[in-house]
Design a protein around this ligand. Sequence first.
Ligand code: ZN
Length: 135
Amino acid sequence: MSFLKISHIAIAVENLEVARKAFETLTGNKIAVVEEVPDQRVRVGMLPIGESRLELAGPTDPSSTIAKFIEKRGEGIHHICFEVEDIRAELVRLKNEGFQLIDEQPRLGADGHLIAFIHPRTTGGVLVELSEKLK
Ligand code: ZN
């Protein structure tokens, strides 16, 4: 049982097109598709960096959690996502270790992954996402 790699680092941005241009120029890599996630009121672009990705997330509506995050803390790193072997086992282990889970049970995320979030209160102020690729 272990953490396998950094799946992605998510960055909250006010304007996805502006940020996309900046990060594509910065890295020389390209975002293939920009996806809208209607229930979270965000648009998301994944920029591949080797085995990992940068996830640029911009709000489509002021009520979105990303908009509220930016309002409170400004643009910047929103969460770090680790790919794990067995997300259910990790959630049990982390709960026993005293971490505050936002999701007690994993839920279905994008792209055939189960995901769950750990509260930043117990992880040095950083929102942590766990992700397990479904086989
Ligand atoms: Zn994420």
